[in-house]
Structure formats: C-alpha cells, structure tokens
Design a protein around this ligand. Structure first.
Ligand SMILES: [Zn+2]
Length: 339
C-alpha cells in the first residue's frame, strides 16, 4: 500500500520534501475528446457549466489515472469576466479572446468593481467546490488561472507590449488591476478547496519583454499571488510558454514552489538555473503526446525522467485529440519512477 495519499504526495513533492515515488499529474489543461466521450461532458459546455466542468476534470483521474483533478480547460474566463469578446470554442477547440476592453486609465477605473460570483469565474469556483467535496480528502484539487501579465495583454491587446515600455503609469495601473483580481480569484478558489494554484502566464516571458521589464512588471505581481497562496498553505506552479531557460532565475525569484517548463527547454540546463524550485514538464504535447505511439511516449518519458525533472508532465496544455493510451503511458512511467 502507498504510504501517501495522492494529495499528501503532491503537496510534499511540490515543496521539495521526500516522497515514495513521483506523483502523476498535469499542471496544464487536461481535457480531451476521448475523455469527453467517456464521461459525457463535452467542450464547449464543460467550459461554462460547473457540473460538466467538474465531470470532465474528474475524467482526468478516473479515465487517465492522473492523481489530481484540475480546472478549468481554457484561459479566457478571466478576460471574458472583464468584458472582452470571446470566440466560443468547439468540442476540439478552446475558446479564444478576440476583443479587448482597456485603452486608458479611465477604462481601468471602470473595471475595479466586480463580483467573483459572476460569469465563468464563478463557474470555475463552483466546479472546484464540487470536486473538493468529492475528492478533497484524497486528491489534490488544482485551480488554474491566467496570470496577471497575460490577462493585461488580453484586456489591452497586442499594444500591451509597447505600452509597458512607453507608458509606465498605464502599465502599472493595469497590472495592479489584474494582480488584485488574480489574488482575489486565487483566494476564492482556495476557499472552495483548491490546494494547488497554477498560474498560466504564457506571454509573461522575458524572451518577449526582456529581463528588465520582466523584473519590473511581472515578478512583483507573481510574488504577491504566491505570498497570498502560501499564507493559505496552497502550493504554486508557474507556467510560461517557450524557451524560458535564461529567465528561470527571475521566475524563481517570485517564490513559486514549481515552474512548468515547455518542450523547448533543456531540463538539465534548466536545473542549473534554479536553486530549489521544482521543475515540471516537459513532454511535447503535440509531437509526442498527440502524435506518437504509447511505446514512443514511454521512451520520451524515460528521457525526461533521466534528465532529472522534478515532476513528469506535459510541457503545455494537452491537445484535445490526444489519445487516452498516450496519456496513460506517461502516467504509468511517472508512477513507476522513484526519485
Ligand atoms: Zn505553454
């Protein structure tokens, strides 16, 4: 019999404490068509209805074998909450942000009064409650949210990258709004039972904005979220897309427990860039998890495990067409791995 519950094992692993073996999880989105067919909860409804969202999240555990449940499956609920136009997704496609709502400091002022019970933010919190009531004693309950920098970009559009460099006052004002929102939202998810918080901040990349601006705009925002979560005993994982190798030290300075690195990162090099932050990743969700055979997925998993990764997982969101068999192959390799 295992010495730890999956919840206890992940909590310890994310804090760098010893465990009997590696926990099998995905910190990035888990929804796939085969899981939808197995559990009867499909996108796009499972992005909008708390019961369906919880049912599809549960399939990650019951169908695939992940030792955690995680919501939501997309990263547009936050921008939608603030009034951005969203293109609704399909069974295979996640929704996307197509319209932006903030151009000036006056626009920001108008958005400061909000109610977290509303919209899909409320739905995600409700889904966490459902999952927590069912699995909270046994499984980690993972809440995920778009991070403050990428949310600001969703709200302002692609002008955002220029705005932080040319209009500091506006840049800081929008970051303050998004960071305060992220803190309040993360708190509410934690109050509803989330014990692990994944901050998905795909475009908060020092590769895109440079170290100076990353340090100025992104690190303090992430640190505030991380500090709040730590006070609530919630572990934090930060995911930023692309080759984040040169900026891992800066990412770590926010105090996150773990960093999710994507398939562009060489894990051995990455390990030399962090002190005690756990690295999570980094199987390629497209060329490996979607396209390969289960045997090839096992081989690729072995390579990532041998490189010294802290937690084997997909390097970014799982592609909706990914076969169950491939995800199960990754899970099997993880469960067999002793540190
Ligand atoms: Zn990514």
């Amino acid at each position: 019999m295992d010495e730890y519950t999956p919840k206890g094992r992940l909590a310890r692993a994310l804090r760098g404490e010893s465990v009997d073996r590696m926990p099998a999880i995905s910190v990035t989105q888990t929804g796939t068509v085969e899981q939808m067919e197995a559990c009867g909860a499909f996108w796009p409804e499972a992005n909008e209805d708390a019961e369906k969202m919880a049912t599809l999240a549960e399939a990650g555990h019951t169908v695939i074998g992940f030792e955690a449940v995680r919501v939501p499956f997309d990263i547009t609920a936050e921008a939608e909450f603030f009034g951005c136009d969203i293109k609704t997704g399909t069974k295979e496609q996640q929704p996307s942000v197509v319209g932006h709502v903030v151009k000036s400091i006056e626009d920001i002022e108008k958005l400061k009064d909000y109610d977290l019970n509303e919209g899909r933010i409320g739905v995600v919190c409700e889904a966490i409650k459902i999952l927590s009531e069912k699995y909270g004693d046994e499984l980690p309950i993972m809440g995920s949210m778009l991070g403050p920098f990428s949310l600001a970009q969703h709200m302002n559009g692609d002008d955002w990258f220029m705005a932080i460099m040319t209009d500091e006052e506006f840049g800081f004002a929008l970051m303050e709004l998004t960071t305060e929102f992220n803190i309040a939202y993360a708190k509410k998810m934690a109050e509803n039972g989330a014990d692990t918080m994944v901050i998905i901040d795909p475009t908060a990349s020092a590769m895109l904005i440079g170290d100076e601006f990353y340090q100025k705009f992104v690190v303090p925002a992430h640190k505030k979220i991380v500090d709040t979560m730590r006070e609530m005993n919630v572990a934090t994982v930060l995911h930023i897309c692309g080759d984040t190798t040169p900026s891992l030290g800066l990412m770590e300075s926010s105090g996150v427990d773990a960093i999710s690195v994507d398939q562009n990162v060489d894990v051995e090099t990455a390990l030399s860039k962090v002190n005690d932050t756990i690295l999570v990743g980094n199987l390629d969700p497209v060329s490996t998890l979607w396209k390969m055979t289960p045997e090839e997925v096992k081989k690729a998993s072995e390579n990532v495990l041998e490189s010294g990764i802290g937690l084997l997982a997909p390097g970014c969101g799982i592609v909706s067409k990914t076969p169950n068999a491939n995800l199960r192959a990754m899970v099997e390799m993880t469960k067999n791995h002793k540190y």
